[in-house]
Write a protein that binds this ligand. Sequence first.
Ligand code: GLU
Length: 469
Amino acid sequence: MKEKTRFAPSPTGFIHIGNVRTALFSLLYSKNKDGIFFLRIDDTDIVRNNNIYLNNIFFILKWLNITYDNEIIFQSKRFKKYEYILNDLLKKKYVYKCFCSKDRLQEIKNFQIKNGLPLKYDGKCKNEIYSNVKYNNFIIRVDVENFFYKNNTNILSFYDEIKGTILINNNNIDDFIIAKNNFLPTYNFASVIDDIELEITSIIRGDDHIINTHKQVILFKLLEKKLPKFIHLPMILDEDKKPLSKRNNDSDINIYYKNGFLNTAIINYLFTLGFSFENKEIFSLNDMINIFDTKYLSSSPSIFNKDKLIWFNKYYIKSSNSKIIKNNLIRLIKKKYLNFKIGPDLITLIEISKNRVQNIIDIINNYEFLFKDKNNVININENDFLTLNLIYSDIKNSNFEWNFNNIKLFLEKFVIKYNYNFSKIAVLLRKIITFSDKPNSLYEILILCGKVLLLKRIRNIIYQSKRGL
Ligand code: GLU
């Protein structure tokens, strides 16, 4: 039988780093076994669902090349199915309707907290017959006591590929809720029903779901279905060893998209969060698929280290083809309102910057001045004005090829010819090109600026200054 896994995000918030790692590991696990990888959207929470979040899931998976098989499964399209099975379970008396008010449930809870008792529903509705007319709003709970009684045990056990065997005593399991507001399924219920229907063989998800797993195991057993393999990935923590929460900016995958991280760097870094193989760090997607095995998964939490992610990003920028970088760069510079018809071509800029930037947006950020065609006002004194006139006519009248050696030679001759101080000329030219006192390498910016743009810049300054003189 083919291995089947799924990634099941809920569109109730922006997808974060932890979700993406779960998606990646599920994909790798499934592809390693030549299996099928489903995308299931857990959108039963009608109130909190939002299309912005939903589209973001698709967008991020696409950006990161996390591809899924077959059609996407939307839980919101399956309410009828859930209701049908809930009714069946009610008929079998495996589950029961609970009509207790929120106030009553709170009272029980307060009492249990006060007396140091386990927090559990007291089973009132299991034992009483209620009229549906009188109480038309109910939730549905599983009769856990009956489940254990029928199975002739008081211990529930299941096996997790990372955590080993997990045992839970029936005293610690509440009559958990599987539907609210009459037949609106809870996550645990809808998830089990769909995992059964899709014939999911392995469930890979964050270990924050381990607290749900025993409930799901009970449901699988009530429905007389074989349990899938459970693989609960230890959390990703921040450097203070706290869960990398949605509130922490570092966990927002969108930030990395916006800030010019390469998808390959993100994927490779996430792969190393919780998976270690022969002390190697750099893996292509194919390598990852080939070597993926749960035995290499770590059983302790991973620490998210942004510097390490930047290290991966630098590595992938350095080693990627400049055309790939250019495609990535283009999406980022659209909103910058720069004029890319002037200034150097992007490939030249990428080749120069590739070895030293942390993210691709820096390639442009460091050189925005080359793509600005506004006449920025620069104040120069009378001496500078004369110098610029000389530079302008000497460059204009020369026709050497615009490269490092020739520019250097030209400037050396120029300062001798007019008895100028070289560093003063350098400061002036930098100012003309960058509109600031940025300490960029003079020759580099002269080459990137090009003869035509440089002359245009000098001409503009001369005109401005004439007006001012
Ligand atoms: N919708 C759940 C989540 O986003 C899915 C958990 C699971 O994979 O079962 O956490």
